[in-house]
Design a binder for this molecule. Sequence first.
Ligand code: ATP
Ligand code: MG
Length: 207
Amino acid sequence: MMSVQAKSPRRVGVFGGTFDPPHLGHLVVAINVLHELQLDEVLLMVANDPWQKQGTREISPATDRLALVEAAVNGISGLTAGSVELELGGPSYTANTLEYLHAKEELLEIFTIVGADAANGLLTWNRHERVSELSTLVVVDRPGVESALPDPANGHWHRVEIPHLEVSSSDLRDRVNDGRPLDFLVTPPVLAEIEARAMYRNRGASA
Ligand code: ATP
Ligand code: MG
């Protein structure tokens, strides 16, 4: 008699961000976590309304940021631009996003991917316990950030080693504003999209 094998869940990484703009640091995180944890897919999940950043600076429209992330992952196997938070609308809470993904796909194992700075702020997230219930946390180092998390001795979360790249969207926005080059810090399709949409120009100091 043939044995019926239980289907194993699809392993999906959710890497949330403002991606204003997406840069090589983001792509290096996504591709290395995909490889290291043998995930089927990593979603670069574009925040619709990054509520913790509101009021601190000008945030580009979500549709522009999604277009940049689509340009960044286009043709890269295993990386996908996530538009769920735009579809849900309103302020973006990872707990809501994970609930939505679980409701849509029954056999899903989710890994929530964060850089060390985001990991240090995890307890300030809306319904953060829900994020831990619905996913396994994956933390990557970020240059210049001291991780406040203890070692993952209990196996409830992972640390994935990645090449340390000191790139940030804030610096990239300043560069466009000052007329300095973005080359080699973002991929050529992302650069083309930033130029086509005339983003980050003339915003004044630290826009
Ligand atoms: P900003 O300067 O506008 O805050 P950012 O470069 O920090 O932009 P975000 O969209 O805020 O980019 O970050 C999304 C996620 O990517 C966060 O979890 C953050 O920790 C992680 N991240 C961003 N840049 C890097 C990097 N260079 N190395 C590792 N992780 C990174
Ligand atoms: Mg940031």
